[in-house]
Design a binder for this molecule. Structure first.
Ligand code: FMN
Length: 184
């Protein structure tokens, strides 16, 4: 399904009837856009920080991605409506935890709005007061380097200060569902 019929025609036939009409996103098609973005399979992370009152804050995030090796930079984007928005966009540090296939419950927990997330997982305080979750595939400890305006989200650019890889099968998210990696 495509939001714009000319774009659909282009995808199907490799050309449009009107070559002067570039495919534009169509307003009020956000459900279709979201579904189409869901074709892009991702891993699943939980990002954590501490708020101004010293309380741990965390949320499930699949917009995480690598940006640069030199300097080491990663990014993710946060919904401006998230309860953790102020904590994550304030100057400071955060940790990105790459979840394992057996941590679907952790993903669901941290996708809950304002729930008591840290009462239900094993964690400890790491450097810069950043909460660190146990048993993840990898952890990136970051300093918030820049916030970039991104519509209803803000893109957070993080400088990687430290990282650990434990490995294990990753948790995959695709078309709104958790998946397992297909065997080799
Ligand atoms: C698989 C998955 C990926 C998600 N990725 C993001 C994301 O990249 N950015 C975002 O703002 N919310 C994302 N969410 C939604 C947040 O986890 C959810 O809104 C959470 O309740 C926010 O917590 P808070 O409102 O308590 O801060 C994702 C949810 C799931 C289940």
């Amino acid at each position: 399904m495509a939001a714009n019929p000319k774009f659909a025609q282009f995808l199907t036939n490799g050309m449009t009837t009107d070559s002067t009409t570039a495919p534009h996103p169509v307003p009020d098609q956000s459900r279709a856009l979201r579904d189409t973005l869901g074709q892009f399979a991702t891993g699943v992370t939980v990002v954590t920080t501490t708020d101004a009152n010293g309380q741990p804050v965390g949320m499930t995030v699949n917009s995480f991605n690598s940006v640069s090796l030199d300097p080491p930079l990663v990014l993710w984007s946060i919904d401006k409506e998230s309860l953790g928005y102020d904590a994550f966009t304030a100057e400071g540090h955060f940790a990105v935890h790459v979840l394992r296939a057996d941590q679907q419950h952790v993903s669901n927990l941290f996708a809950g709005r304002g729930a008591d997330k840290f009462g239900q997982v094993r964690w400890q305080e790491g450097p810069n007061q950043v909460p660190l979750l146990a048993e993840c595939a990898a952890v990136f400890h970051c300093r918030l380097a820049q916030c970039i305006e991104g519509g209803d989200h803000t893109i957070l650019l993080g400088e990687v200060l430290d990282f650990t890889a434990n490995g294990g099968e990753p948790l995959i998210f695709h078309l709104g569902r958790y998946r397992a990696l297909a065997g080799d």
